[in-house]
Design a protein around this ligand. Structure first.
Ligand code: PLP
Length: 393
């Protein structure tokens, strides 16, 4: 028996364990200090009442012989696939429900989708970015190239026609930088992917934070994208489903490579390796798109947006340069005083009792930057920013 040798090539995931250790050490030494965490990428607001009521009704149905349901369709119940398609139609993207595949979250499918692609495909990944893209491809031994996201390009790299890639990741609004591609920016990537016969994996997990209708919420708002892109959506940040688990993956019907339909391959993959998302959860997700559901999730999103506004104001007051926050729950700041990410983390913890995430944990280009999130409590966020703005470097 031989293990997958590529697991040896994975970098140890020190980021969040190191943060926890440092915070614990600080708290042990300063038991009275009120530490505020603006580092987490998890939501804190509860599920919307419309979602909870729908799940309660569905749970009751599961308790009655007449309405009990066993295995569901692997690709999701039609009611939810239709609701997702109708939601997209609301901002002008026409999808057939058959193109929508319900998942237990974007993270699983971002990894699972790689079953469709040969192991020798070259992958192009922005740096810095959500680390899952790099690790899932390292596990499969695929060659990885990086597209540099820098302060100079607004953390929105443009394609380089000289670079040959087969699989391209785009995350917009971006984790960790909060940067959002314009239509023109995405069009350049779609044109590049079509020219290269490549496939774009578009992560739209934070699309719900986009407030400007001029900014694309889906890659399918871009002409040509149906012939080169797969999109990943999630109820996690949109509706607080991080612990409830539901998302969706969109694979256009006409998207083919080497004579194979990627939607057909994905259906085959899902029916072989996946048995669907729980009925109760899918009913909860469906309720997100009801008029009540949409109003209620907006209240939670507005709560986080207010936090983002407070963080932006605090950073501006402190004279700290940053990106994100406007169409994203993430704020990405340049560490003041020329500090590296971990030195700034230590200073912020020790002198302001505020915890964030060092940018170096998201890739080479993240060094010298720092991520704050808008998912915390509003009073705590205000307090944290007052402390942070008072620090001098
Ligand atoms: N994509 C990005 C960019 C994320 O930041 C996250 C979670 O933090 C996910 C996907 C995972 O989403 P889900 O909870 O749907 O698995």
């Amino acid at each position: 028996m031989r293990v997958n040798p590529h697991y040896r090539e994975l970098a140890e995931s020190y980021l969040f364990s190191t943060i926890s250790r440092k915070v614990k050490e600080y708290q042990d030494a300063h038991p009275d200090a009120a530490v505020i965490r603006l580092g987490i990428g998890d939501v804190t607001r509860p599920l919307a009442p419309a979602v909870v009521e729908a799940m309660e009704r569905a749970a009751a149905e599961q308790g009655e012989a007449a309405t009990f349901r066993g295995y569901g369709p692997e690709q999701g119940y039609p009611f939810l696939r239709e609701a997702v398609a109708a939601y997209y139609a609301g901002f002008g993207v026409e999808l057939s429900p058959e193109e929508v595949f319900i998942s237990d979250g974007a993270k699983s499918d971002l990894g699972n989708i790689l079953d469709l692609f040969a192991a020798d495909n070259t992958v192009l990944i922005p740096d810095p970015v959500y680390p899952v893209y790099v690790d899932t491809n390292r596990m499969a031994g695929r060659p990885i190239l990086f597209a540099d996201a820098t302060w100079e390009n607004g953390f929105l790299p443009a394609p380089d026609p000289a670079v040959k890639a087969d699989i391209i990741y785009i995350c917009s609004p971006n984790n960790p930088t909060g940067a959002v591609y314009t239509r023109e920016g995405l069009q350049a990537w779609v044109d590049y992917a079509l020219a290269q016969d490549a496939v774009i994996l578009f992560d739209a997990a934070y699309a719900c934070f986009i407030q400007d209708p001029a900014l694309p919420r889906s890659i399918y708002e871009i002409p040509g994208a149906r012939d080169c892109a797969i999109e990943f959506g999630s109820f996690s940040k949109m509706a607080g489903f991080t612990g409830t688990r539901c998302g969706f993956t969109i694979v256009p019907q006409g998207l083919t490579r080497e004579g194979m339909s990627l939607a057909g391959m994905w259906l085959r993959r899902q029916t072989t390796k996946f048995n669907g998302v729980p009925y109760i959860v899918q009913r909860g997700a469906e309720a997100v798109f009801t008029p009540h559901g949409l109003t209620q999730i907006q209240e939670n999103l507005d709560y986080y947006r207010e936090n983002a506004r407070v963080i932006m104001a605090g950073l501006t007051q402190a004279g700290i340069a940053f990106t994100g926050g406007e169409h994203s729950p993430y704020l990405w700041l340049r560490c003041p005083g020329g500090l590296d990410s971990w030195s700034y983390f230590d200073r912020l913890l020790q002198e302001a009792q505020v915890v964030g995430t060092p940018g170096a944990g998201f890739g080479r280009n993240g060094e010298g930057y720092f991520r704050l999130t808008a998912f915390g409590d509003q009073d705590a966020t205000r307090q944290a920013m007052a402390r942070l703005a008072a620090l001098r470097f």
